[in-house]
Design a protein around this ligand. Structure first.
Ligand SMILES: [Zn+2]
Length: 126
């Protein structure tokens, strides 16, 4: 009799724990779904301007960008800052700096190390 009561108490304890875990799981799934919805909304918002950018940039550059992006971990272009490639972070040598300085602003420049497109800015150090 005592053993049956002990087992019944244990069953109740396990059922209560199960209910707690199930409730927590439901809450976490709800939080996950809410976050995913936020990410989807953000992806839609960010992607909305892409078509305009693609149209303004041109097919050749977009193709180059996508090719580099596929082979470089998703980062195809990066700002050149303080004479460093923003992609691989390597410092450019004086020969490359001279080459970049003499390259017209509307021409694409690429890092000799990682081949990413380098975007010149006021902070490029040129
Ligand atoms: Zn680089």
């Amino acid at each position: 009799m005592e053993r049956a009561e002990s087992l019944a108490a244990r069953v109740t304890e396990v059922q209560n724990r199960h209910a707690e875990v199930a409730e927590r799981l439901t809450r976490l799934e709800s939080e996950r779904d809410a976050r995913l919805a936020e990410l989807d909304a953000e992806a839609t918002k960010v992607g909305a301007g892409r078509a305009d950018v693609v149209a303004g940039v041109g097919d050749d550059l977009v193709s180059l960008y996508e090719k580099i992006r596929a082979s470089s971990g998703g980062l195809a272009a990066a700002a050149m800052q303080h004479r460093r490639c923003g992609g691989c972070r390597l410092e450019l040598n004086p020969v490359d700096i001279d080459r970049i300085r003499s390259t017209p602003q509307d021409e694409i420049i690429r890092c000799e190390e990682c081949r990413r497109i380098m975007v010149r800015t006021a902070e490029s150090g040129l």
